[in-house]
Design a protein around this ligand. Structure first.
Ligand code: AMP
Ligand code: MG
Length: 358
């Protein structure tokens, strides 16, 4: 299949310009006909298909190489469309949509019969999000209002935060890729299950636990998230897969600044002195510490205080470590509240939970 790559440009008002609008309308027509379109959102790039067309959903799984029990998120561009997907909408859903939509929040609700099981990975519930990216909103509208879209990466790779990585993963596998520049958040949406008695976070993301609690009061965290090796199956099927794993051996190092630097530099020295094949070493560091390391590759993820930069840069850096052939990767820990919860969830997943405290 030939993949068309279309650049989206914006007006001063941050709306797609007339030429981009035309391209989005054409992409919307392709979605309605059962085709696949990758598009930018504020979280990560999505791989879209018509959510009501089971064949489109099958094609999404095929293009990604995704296990078919891992459900897709249905994207809408109008809160009024929510009742088309679910007929049991609790008041919490409206409290959340008032505050966080459009934005990086996904809600799980009981699904209506018309939502095909192919879209929900066989589940009786459906995941729903209203993204804020203007190109995404326009595409959803043009595509009929209900677009199933997981992240636009090949299964097992970090979610793409720029079109370059979508092209790398999905060229020849989708009809159109809309290139709308870099994603502003860079991590996937927060998923909240509203079908349990107490609303439960299944995946941390752009909306923080603190923000959810401000609106809902009591909010639980899926126990499987707290420790991945607890033996409990996560409630979001996708969370059980080892996502984001770079090819190199990644370890997260936690502790006082000086101890972390000493430990990582010591390990780099050891890797260097291992006879035989040279192992390329990399460190994922903060602006404050980047100059202290002696690795072959130093990735500055952002200032420690700047959780937005850390979130935005993480997936790009994991991909770059692969592209540059890093065999051993050490990452500082960015543990903390707010967005750092989501950062550490992804980073520890990428490390297969290999974390040491020094
Ligand atoms: P992605 O869009 O690639 O980040 O993947 C969608 C995520 O949403 C995966 O982790 C899915 O397991 C999760 N998800 C989608 N639908 C549901 C659902 N009905 N119940 C629980 N988790 C879901
Ligand atoms: Mg994904």
């Amino acid at each position: 299949m030939e993949t068309r790559i279309v650049r989206i440009n914006y007006t001063k008002e941050n709306e797609p310009d007339p030429a981009s609008e035309k391209a989005i309308a054409e992409a919307g027509r392709i979605l309605k006909e059962g085709g696949l379109v990758a598009f930018p959102t504020e979280t990560v790039y999505g791989l879209g298909g018509d959510a009501f067309n089971p064949e489109s959903s099958r094609r999404i799984y095929q293009a990604k190489g995704r296990p078919s029990d891992n459900p897709l998120i249905v994207h809408i561009a109008d809160i009024g469309d929510l009742p088309e997907l679910s007929d049991r909408i609790p008041k919490e859903a409206y409290l959340l949509s008032d505050r966080f939509w459009p934005g990086p929040l996904t809600m799980i609700l009981p699904k209506k019969d018309r939502v095909p099981k192919e879209t929900t990975g066989g589940l009786d519930t459906v995941a729903i999000r209203f993204p804020s990216n203007p190109a995404a909103k326009a595409l959803i509208r043009e595509g009929g209002g209900f677009i199933a879209a997981p992240s636009a990466n090949r299964s097992g790779r970090p979610s793409p935060t720029s079109a370059k990585y979508v092209i790398e993963d999905l060229s020849g596998r989708v009809d159109v890729i809309l290139d709308g520049g870099d994603c502003v958040i860079g991590l996937e949406s927060t998923i909240v299950d509203l079908t349990s008695e107490i609303p439960t976070v299944l995946r941390p993301g752009g909306v923080t636990l603190e923000e959810l609690r401000e609106v809902l009061g009591d909010v639980e965290i899926d126990r499987a998230l707290i420790k991945d090796d607890s033996g409990i199956a996560p409630k979001a099927p996708g969370m059980k897969y080892r996502h984001y794993a770079p090819k190199g051996d990644l370890t997260v190092v936690r502790g006082e600044k000086a101890a972390v630097e000493r430990y990582i530099n010591g390990e780099i020295e050891k890797a260097r002195n291992t006879p035989g094949h040279h192992i390329i070493t990399a460190v994922i560091a903060s602006t404050e510490t980047a100059s202290s390391y002696r690795a072959d590759i130093i990735k500055n993820i952002g200032a420690r205080e700047d959780e937005n930069a850390i979130a935005r840069n993480l997936f790009r850096i994991l991909r770059e470590c692969d592209d540059e052939g890093a065999g051993r990767i050490f990452a500082e820990s960015f543990a903390g509240p707010g967005l750092k919860e989501a950062v550490m969830n992804r980073l520890l997943k990428a490390a297969g939970h290999k974390e040491i405290t020094v």
